[in-house]
Design a protein around this ligand. Structure first.
Ligand SMILES: Cc1cc2nc3c(=O)[nH]c(=O)nc-3n(C[C@H](O)[C@H](O)[C@H](O)COP(=O)(O)OP(=O)(O)OC[C@H]3O[C@@H](n4cnc5c(N)ncnc54)[C@H](O)[C@@H]3O)c2cc1C
Length: 192
């Protein structure tokens, strides 16, 4: 098996490395990519939002998403190169759970209307999402979750408690795991 990068891969790497070197502000670089300067610093959060918008404008956000939804349809090797270069440049984690969790979920399961409404806003950091899975009694074992969602026709009535919700203080929206059928077996009756 040949593990060498092709000339196209090397060109992709060079293009992203050059763009990062020319564009990433020095004071946005981090030593620890999951550092918590954002958690207590609204201004830093806003700067990362602006950074994502700049990246999106240049076509470097959501590269693994299909082209029809605003991505590049990048290959697994290109995604690895993207990760290597992003980490090597000490670039910051992009805000929210939209790009890696909510967007791909909507691409796979969403309606055309949901795709049109949410995907462009996620790519451009116009809507910041949090992840509401964990509960006081449901961490690794999410089948223990108790938060209820009752279908009221045109909306769901949600009751329960979520914990560990990273970035909740800045989020516009949250993707929830909730129990929609309390009578179903523990591993069933969960929706999002
Ligand atoms: C920094 C941080 C940010 C997070 N952000 C979010 C977020 O945004 N949204 C969200 O929903 N959640 C979030 N979480 C929660 C995280 O994803 C885990 O679900 C949660 O930390 C695990 O639950 P717990 O802490 O209650 O541990 P438990 O599930 O109670 O586990 C306790 C210990 O038991 C071990 N264990 C559990 N099950 C088994 C098993 N079957 N066999 C052997 N060992 C086992 C675990 O490894 C662990 O050591 C975050 C967690 C952290 C630390």
């Amino acid at each position: 098996m040949n593990f060498e990068y092709t000339p196209e891969h090397e060109a992709f790497r060079k293009a992203f490395r050059s763009w990062l070197a020319a564009t990433l502000p020095a004071d946005l670089r981090v030593d620890d990519p999951v550092d918590d300067r954002v958690a207590s610093n609204r201004e830093m959060f806003e700067r990362r939002v602006a950074w994502q918008k700049a990246m999106h404008k240049a076509g470097w956000v959501g590269i693994a998403w299909p082209k029809e939804y605003g991505g590049r349809g990048a290959s697994i090797i290109e995604r690895v190169i993207w990760d290597e270069e992003y980490a090597a440049a000490r670039a910051p984690v992009l805000p929210g759970m939209g790009l890696n969790l909510v967007g791909p979920t909507i691409i796979h399961w969403g309606t055309d209307a949901q795709k049109a409404e949410y995907l462009p806003r996620i790519l451009n950091a116009d809507e910041i999402w949090a992840q509401g899975f964990s509960e006081p009694g449901a961490g690794s074992d999410l089948a223990s979750l108790n938060t209820r969602a009752e279908d009221k026709g045109d909306h769901f009535l949600v009751n329960g408690q979520k914990v560990w919700t990273s970035g909740a203080q800045y989020a516009d929206s949250i993707i929830l795991l909730v129990r929609t059928d309390p009578n179903a077996a523990k591993h069933n009756g969960i929706g999002r």
